[in-house]
Ligand binder design. Structure first.
Ligand code: C5P
Length: 231
Protein backbone atom coordinates (compact mmCIF):
# COMPACT_ATOMS: atom_id res chain seq x y z
CA UNK A 1 0.00 0.00 0.00
CA UNK A 2 1.28 3.45 -0.90
CA UNK A 3 1.19 6.07 1.84
CA UNK A 4 1.50 9.86 1.75
CA UNK A 5 3.80 12.30 3.52
CA UNK A 6 3.07 16.02 3.42
CA UNK A 7 6.17 18.21 3.37
CA UNK A 8 5.79 20.73 6.19
CA UNK A 9 8.15 23.17 4.45
CA UNK A 10 7.18 26.18 6.54
CA UNK A 11 9.08 28.88 8.42
CA UNK A 12 7.95 28.36 12.01
CA UNK A 13 6.25 26.05 14.47
CA UNK A 14 3.17 28.27 14.39
CA UNK A 15 2.90 27.87 10.61
CA UNK A 16 3.36 24.12 10.98
CA UNK A 17 0.48 23.91 13.44
CA UNK A 18 -1.66 26.06 11.14
CA UNK A 19 -0.90 23.75 8.24
CA UNK A 20 -1.69 20.70 10.35
CA UNK A 21 -5.05 22.27 11.27
CA UNK A 22 -5.73 23.12 7.64
CA UNK A 23 -5.06 19.53 6.60
CA UNK A 24 -7.33 18.06 9.24
CA UNK A 25 -6.96 14.60 10.71
CA UNK A 26 -5.32 11.90 8.67
CA UNK A 27 -2.81 9.10 8.59
CA UNK A 28 -0.31 11.05 6.51
CA UNK A 29 3.21 11.58 7.78
CA UNK A 30 4.34 15.12 8.49
CA UNK A 31 7.70 15.53 6.77
CA UNK A 32 9.84 17.88 8.83
CA UNK A 33 12.64 19.09 6.63
CA UNK A 34 15.55 21.46 6.83
CA UNK A 35 13.54 24.69 6.93
CA UNK A 36 11.22 23.79 9.80
CA UNK A 37 13.88 21.87 11.75
CA UNK A 38 16.35 24.75 11.48
CA UNK A 39 13.67 27.21 12.61
CA UNK A 40 11.92 25.24 15.35
CA UNK A 41 14.10 22.19 16.05
CA UNK A 42 12.93 19.14 18.00
CA UNK A 43 9.92 21.11 19.32
CA UNK A 44 8.42 20.86 15.83
CA UNK A 45 8.68 17.08 15.97
CA UNK A 46 7.27 16.92 19.49
CA UNK A 47 4.38 19.26 18.68
CA UNK A 48 3.35 17.39 15.54
CA UNK A 49 3.59 14.05 17.31
CA UNK A 50 1.48 15.41 20.15
CA UNK A 51 -1.12 16.29 17.50
CA UNK A 52 -1.15 12.68 16.37
CA UNK A 53 1.13 12.91 13.34
CA UNK A 54 3.76 10.37 12.45
CA UNK A 55 6.95 12.29 11.72
CA UNK A 56 9.30 11.80 8.81
CA UNK A 57 12.50 13.67 9.69
CA UNK A 58 14.03 14.68 6.37
CA UNK A 59 17.39 15.97 7.51
CA UNK A 60 19.40 14.34 4.70
CA UNK A 61 22.32 13.67 7.03
CA UNK A 62 25.75 13.64 5.39
CA UNK A 63 28.70 13.73 7.78
CA UNK A 64 31.30 11.41 9.32
CA UNK A 65 29.85 8.10 10.57
CA UNK A 66 30.19 8.90 14.27
CA UNK A 67 28.30 12.20 13.94
CA UNK A 68 25.57 10.63 11.82
CA UNK A 69 25.19 7.71 14.24
CA UNK A 70 24.65 10.09 17.15
CA UNK A 71 22.24 12.27 15.18
CA UNK A 72 20.25 9.19 14.13
CA UNK A 73 20.04 8.07 17.75
CA UNK A 74 18.77 11.53 18.71
CA UNK A 75 16.14 11.32 15.94
CA UNK A 76 15.03 7.93 17.24
CA UNK A 77 14.74 9.26 20.79
CA UNK A 78 12.57 12.09 19.45
CA UNK A 79 10.15 9.54 18.07
CA UNK A 80 10.66 10.19 14.36
CA UNK A 81 9.58 7.17 12.29
CA UNK A 82 11.62 7.88 9.18
CA UNK A 83 14.98 9.59 8.80
CA UNK A 84 16.89 10.48 5.64
CA UNK A 85 20.63 10.37 5.02
CA UNK A 86 22.52 11.00 1.77
CA UNK A 87 23.67 7.81 0.08
CA UNK A 88 26.68 9.84 -1.11
CA UNK A 89 27.95 9.71 2.51
CA UNK A 90 29.03 6.14 1.81
CA UNK A 91 28.52 2.68 3.23
CA UNK A 92 30.09 3.25 6.65
CA UNK A 93 28.01 6.36 7.20
CA UNK A 94 24.76 4.58 6.29
CA UNK A 95 25.68 1.63 8.48
CA UNK A 96 26.35 4.06 11.35
CA UNK A 97 22.97 5.74 10.76
CA UNK A 98 21.17 2.38 10.92
CA UNK A 99 23.06 1.53 14.13
CA UNK A 100 22.18 4.88 15.71
CA UNK A 101 18.56 4.52 14.65
CA UNK A 102 18.35 1.13 16.37
CA UNK A 103 20.14 2.19 19.52
CA UNK A 104 17.16 3.95 21.07
CA UNK A 105 15.05 0.81 20.88
CA UNK A 106 12.43 2.48 18.64
CA UNK A 107 11.48 1.81 15.06
CA UNK A 108 12.93 4.75 13.14
CA UNK A 109 13.65 3.66 9.57
CA UNK A 110 16.65 5.02 7.72
CA UNK A 111 16.17 5.87 4.07
CA UNK A 112 18.98 7.05 1.84
CA UNK A 113 18.62 9.81 -0.73
CA UNK A 114 20.07 8.55 -4.01
CA UNK A 115 19.99 11.52 -6.36
CA UNK A 116 17.99 14.65 -5.64
CA UNK A 117 14.90 14.85 -7.81
CA UNK A 118 15.87 18.44 -8.62
CA UNK A 119 18.96 17.18 -10.49
CA UNK A 120 19.03 16.16 -14.11
CA UNK A 121 21.95 15.65 -16.45
CA UNK A 122 22.34 19.39 -17.06
CA UNK A 123 22.33 20.42 -13.42
CA UNK A 124 24.51 17.62 -12.01
CA UNK A 125 27.60 18.91 -10.20
CA UNK A 126 31.10 18.14 -11.55
CA UNK A 127 32.40 14.70 -10.63
CA UNK A 128 29.66 12.72 -12.35
CA UNK A 129 30.57 10.97 -15.59
CA UNK A 130 29.18 12.44 -18.81
CA UNK A 131 27.10 11.17 -20.45
CA UNK A 132 25.55 10.42 -17.10
CA UNK A 133 24.70 6.76 -16.49
CA UNK A 134 21.67 7.41 -14.30
CA UNK A 135 20.46 3.83 -14.07
CA UNK A 136 23.87 2.37 -13.37
CA UNK A 137 24.62 5.01 -10.74
CA UNK A 138 21.29 4.36 -9.05
CA UNK A 139 21.79 0.59 -9.12
CA UNK A 140 25.25 0.96 -7.53
CA UNK A 141 23.99 3.37 -4.85
CA UNK A 142 21.11 1.04 -4.10
CA UNK A 143 23.20 -2.04 -3.62
CA UNK A 144 25.46 -0.16 -1.26
CA UNK A 145 22.52 1.31 0.63
CA UNK A 146 20.79 -2.02 1.11
CA UNK A 147 23.92 -3.87 2.14
CA UNK A 148 24.65 -1.12 4.69
CA UNK A 149 21.36 -1.86 6.44
CA UNK A 150 19.16 1.04 5.34
CA UNK A 151 15.44 0.32 5.08
CA UNK A 152 15.02 2.00 1.74
CA UNK A 153 15.79 4.88 -0.54
CA UNK A 154 14.48 8.21 -1.70
CA UNK A 155 14.35 8.40 -5.48
CA UNK A 156 12.44 9.94 -8.36
CA UNK A 157 9.32 8.02 -9.32
CA UNK A 158 10.41 7.63 -12.98
CA UNK A 159 13.45 5.70 -11.67
CA UNK A 160 11.28 3.09 -9.94
CA UNK A 161 10.83 0.52 -12.74
CA UNK A 162 14.50 -0.50 -12.77
CA UNK A 163 14.68 -0.39 -8.98
CA UNK A 164 11.58 -2.43 -8.19
CA UNK A 165 12.78 -5.30 -10.40
CA UNK A 166 15.63 -6.03 -8.03
CA UNK A 167 14.37 -4.46 -4.83
CA UNK A 168 10.69 -5.32 -4.38
CA UNK A 169 8.62 -4.20 -1.39
CA UNK A 170 9.05 -4.21 1.59
CA UNK A 171 12.23 -2.37 0.53
CA UNK A 172 10.98 1.14 1.10
CA UNK A 173 10.92 3.59 -1.84
CA UNK A 174 10.10 7.20 -1.00
CA UNK A 175 9.29 9.43 -3.98
CA UNK A 176 9.30 13.23 -3.85
CA UNK A 177 8.68 15.31 -6.96
CA UNK A 178 5.02 14.28 -7.12
CA UNK A 179 2.68 16.59 -8.98
CA UNK A 180 -1.04 16.29 -9.66
CA UNK A 181 -1.50 16.17 -13.45
CA UNK A 182 -1.27 19.61 -15.01
CA UNK A 183 0.27 21.38 -12.01
CA UNK A 184 3.62 23.23 -12.25
CA UNK A 185 6.87 21.29 -11.90
CA UNK A 186 8.70 24.23 -10.19
CA UNK A 187 12.35 23.45 -9.40
CA UNK A 188 11.86 19.67 -9.60
CA UNK A 189 13.08 17.85 -12.72
CA UNK A 190 12.17 14.17 -12.54
CA UNK A 191 8.50 14.24 -11.56
CA UNK A 192 5.46 11.96 -11.70
CA UNK A 193 1.76 12.19 -10.92
CA UNK A 194 0.28 10.50 -7.86
CA UNK A 195 -1.26 7.72 -9.97
CA UNK A 196 1.99 7.08 -11.89
CA UNK A 197 4.07 6.89 -8.73
CA UNK A 198 1.62 4.46 -7.12
CA UNK A 199 1.57 2.30 -10.22
CA UNK A 200 5.37 2.26 -10.35
CA UNK A 201 5.58 0.91 -6.80
CA UNK A 202 6.27 3.91 -4.56
CA UNK A 203 5.92 3.12 -0.84
CA UNK A 204 5.56 6.75 0.24
CA UNK A 205 4.64 9.78 -1.87
CA UNK A 206 5.99 13.12 -0.74
CA UNK A 207 3.57 15.93 -1.51
CA UNK A 208 4.88 19.42 -0.96
CA UNK A 209 3.80 22.63 -2.57
CA UNK A 210 1.04 20.98 -4.60
CA UNK A 211 -0.81 20.49 -1.28
CA UNK A 212 0.63 23.08 1.09
CA UNK A 213 0.42 26.01 -1.36
CA UNK A 214 -3.03 25.04 -2.60
CA UNK A 215 -5.89 27.41 -1.87
CA UNK A 216 -7.52 24.53 0.01
CA UNK A 217 -4.80 22.16 1.31
CA UNK A 218 -7.34 19.75 2.76
CA UNK A 219 -9.11 19.39 -0.59
CA UNK A 220 -5.78 19.01 -2.42
CA UNK A 221 -4.75 16.27 0.00
CA UNK A 222 -8.10 14.55 -0.32
CA UNK A 223 -7.74 14.58 -4.12
CA UNK A 224 -4.32 12.95 -3.79
CA UNK A 225 -5.73 10.33 -1.40
CA UNK A 226 -8.45 9.54 -3.91
CA UNK A 227 -5.92 9.30 -6.76
CA UNK A 228 -3.90 6.93 -4.59
CA UNK A 229 -6.88 4.67 -3.93
CA UNK A 230 -8.35 4.69 -7.44
CA UNK A 231 -5.24 4.68 -9.57
O1 C5P B 1 7.14 21.10 -2.98
P1 C5P B 1 7.64 19.76 -3.45
O2 C5P B 1 6.54 18.75 -3.70
O3 C5P B 1 8.62 19.89 -4.60
O4 C5P B 1 8.45 19.23 -2.18
C1 C5P B 1 9.24 18.09 -2.21
C2 C5P B 1 9.79 17.82 -0.84
O5 C5P B 1 10.58 16.63 -0.91
C3 C5P B 1 10.70 18.91 -0.30
O6 C5P B 1 10.49 18.94 1.11
C4 C5P B 1 12.10 18.42 -0.60
O7 C5P B 1 13.03 18.84 0.36
C5 C5P B 1 11.92 16.90 -0.51
N1 C5P B 1 12.86 16.07 -1.28
C6 C5P B 1 13.03 16.20 -2.66
N2 C5P B 1 13.95 15.40 -3.31
C7 C5P B 1 14.65 14.47 -2.65
C8 C5P B 1 14.46 14.33 -1.26
C9 C5P B 1 13.53 15.14 -0.61
O8 C5P B 1 12.36 17.03 -3.28
N3 C5P B 1 15.47 13.68 -3.30
Amino acid sequence: MTEIAVAFDVESLERAIELDRALGEGREYAKVGLELFTAAGPDAVRALRARGRRVFLDLKLHDIPNTVERAAAAAARLGAELLTVHAAGGKEMIRAAARGARSAGTSVRVVAVTLLTSLDEESLPPGFERPFQLHQTLADLLLMTESAGAHGIVCAAPDLPGIRERHPAPFFAVTPGIRPSGSPVQDQRRVATVAEAVRLGSSLLVLGRSVTAARDPRAALEAARAECRFR
